[in-house]
Design a protein around this ligand. Sequence first.
Ligand SMILES: *Cc1c(COP(=O)(O)O)cnc(C)c1O
Length: 459
Amino acid sequence: MNFKTIIEPFRIKTVEPITMSTQQEREQYLKDAHYNPFLLKSRHVIIDLLTDSGTSAMSSNQWAAMMRGDESYAGARSWKRFEKAVHKLTGMPHILPTHQGRAAERILYTYIGGKGKYFFSNTHFDTTRANIEYSGATAIDLPVQEAHNFQSDYPFKGNLDVVKLQEHISRLGSENIAAVILTVTNNSGGGQPVSMQNAREVSHLCRHNNILFVLDCCRIAENSYFIHKNEPGYQNKTYREIAQEMFSLSDAAVMSAKKDGLVNMGGFLTLRNDELSDACMQLLIITEGFTTYGGLSGRDMEAIAVGLEEVFDPDYLTYRITSTQYLGESILKKGIPIIYPVGGHAVYVDAKKLYSHIPVKQYPGQALVCELYRIGGIRSVEIGSVMFGKYNEQGQLIPAPMELVRLAIPRRVYTQSHIDYVVEVFDEILAAKDRVKGLTITKEPKFLRHFTAHFAPAG
Ligand SMILES: *Cc1c(COP(=O)(O)O)cnc(C)c1O
């Protein structure tokens, strides 16, 4: 039987109330937050699609495991369980526990980065780029051509352009390239998956040129689902086996466990190379903590160990991807331009197309983020020129290639009716479309400005 209604493959054991608000109240909250939803109070949000990071609901098994947490400073049982779970998945000998993904990035990229070094990626995630640039190195995105065509249904738009990578290697010389990072799925590039074939080609090029190949594996279970579904030769492999194969191609991995680790906090760095590991361990001890806990408490490591098992459950993954697709396809049918096909953890709306009357320098993505909140109490995030824009020497904005708004779905948190509500809010978004105005930035920090920038409606 093939029923259309998506049901969550879990029952709810604990509930957290949502506070309702009126549109009038939200207009005031938005003003108080300087039109930046990162500055809103969470109790003023009805449906929080700001991020899927650290927002998962944990299972009863994870909560039970937390009670087993061994908080010994060194050699804790929880560390052993964590190390075993990560090793089983990644196959890598050196595992460094960090408090979240960016700590793993900071340790690895400050060590191998620095002035004159280059990094290449299908698309650098914002914290990845910030850590690389902070070290003085240069981060260059090499997404495939298909990534820019939102209409094509090419199934692996997260792929890295291997031909361009080869050109850059020849031009710069491999000794100037610190690493190639494959982000699976490609978060900033629309949550699009990367094929095994692409990972294999990147791996081959890196090995041939003696360049470090890093997997940013935050959403590797979701990526494995797409490979299983769409890449020939993987239909009889389990999701876990697919993930393991991808790890086997890489030299290192950074993970924010706040995504496919199904926990609220945590991450790790794994490495094959002994010397690199020794150097990173030093930085781990200085900046995170001793090697057998890093930035984590014992109970966190327990929850991650369980989460890394649960996330590969076929019922969970099917529900996860199907419900994200349901949201994307429902709003697409209404005429909302989105990145197609829908990625794993989020729906990305093309705000430049939706608000074609708003110039890029007035941030159409940020305008949509504010509208979603004003109309429906929905919190989302701009992934465009607010997040990635730069200024030239004359102080003019160099815009990002795309002006997107991400509706990220927390794992195991919202039900089908919550998602149906979000779909309904888009009717109003469409109805009010032509009246929406852009925004200007009134205050901004130097790095990761989207988190704390202030905006005002454009005059
Ligand atoms: C979330 C994320 C990170 C950073 O992880 P944090 O846990 O937020 O520090 C890095 N890369 C990608 C692709 C991510 O999605």
